[in-house]
Design a protein around this ligand. Sequence first.
Ligand code: MG
Length: 389
Amino acid sequence: MADLNILHADMDAFFSAVEQRENPELKGKAVIIGGVSLSNRGVVSTASYEARKFGVHSAMPIAQARKLCPDGIYLPARHGLYKESSREIFNILKKYTPLVEKLSIDEAFLDVKGCERLYGHPVEIAKKIKKEVKKKTELTISVGVSVNKFLAKLASDFDKPDGLTIIKKDDVKSFMYKLDIDKIWGVGNVFAAKLAEEGVYKAGDIWSYSLEELKDKFGKAGVKLFFLSRGMDNREVKSQSEIKSISHEETFIDNISDQDKLFAYLFKMSEKVSFRLHSNSLKGNTIFIKVRYSDFSTYSRQKSLKVAVNSSEEIYQIAKTLLNKDNLLKKPLRLLGVGVANLCSEGKEQLNLFADEDDHLDQTIDELKRKYGFDKISRARKLYLNNDD
Ligand SMILES: [Mg+2]
């Protein structure tokens, strides 16, 4: 049944490629883009393919990159410039289908079902996108074409840079069988190490486990692994306008009364919400929280603002005020949640003159989380929580 309708399009070493385009002298050289500042305490946000040969990669401390690649060209990020190119690229993507789900400044899913008559077979559409991006922006984009989001994303990553990889339904089994387990969405270093103890190194090694076994061993993550290791993923491509609110909530194994711990959870969840807002280029005017006590009684509170927000710090601070206001933390919590509603596209909201610096910090952190998994990149406040919290 499944057709090749899902595309994942991902720019190649986007920030450094833009810098190389702006200054042709940088072409063919090891170019490393840091955060807004280039201090040695910062991290690499993008390394050109030439720099990657030295072992430099995103999320690596600048100090370490300088040791590996002392002759590299280190540049501060110019987000305004990258945003301009990003806009051009998304205008191209949106020509082929209204179903474009933005994952970040340089990456999106497309559902091209029903677009054949206008633009041809999905593989033809992928080729057209690649050609047009190259022509209009002088940059290369890798595209994966497959039957679902998970496989399309694996496909776009398969032959970077300037790749075009198709994973047909009939090829899923052989493709997944030999795929390294840490390529599976949600399998970070810690989980991969646990799986290695079980003798699991490739996706195919999971197939002999039943769904129940994986659920018992690894909980929700095990269930996900069961399906993804078989290349199964039923998530739909969602365009921005379909998203009404973004929230995150957690049910605790044991009820929690320690306020510091609850605020640490709140911050972690605010970061997740902020990350998803940024990924979709959204901001929101309403912040809401939800609490549930051991007797299952549930309360929520919300606050609407004049200015739309999406930074983790702003979300956290407002949520914290909401929790404190009616003394909602007076009893142990079974569940805590935070979210943002009343969403609008970034750029269309009212201007917030003071948000700029914090925005860039969030942007860099978001970029890294997207690439390296959420829990590897965390801010100091979260250290209060254990790793598996
Ligand atoms: Mg990219």
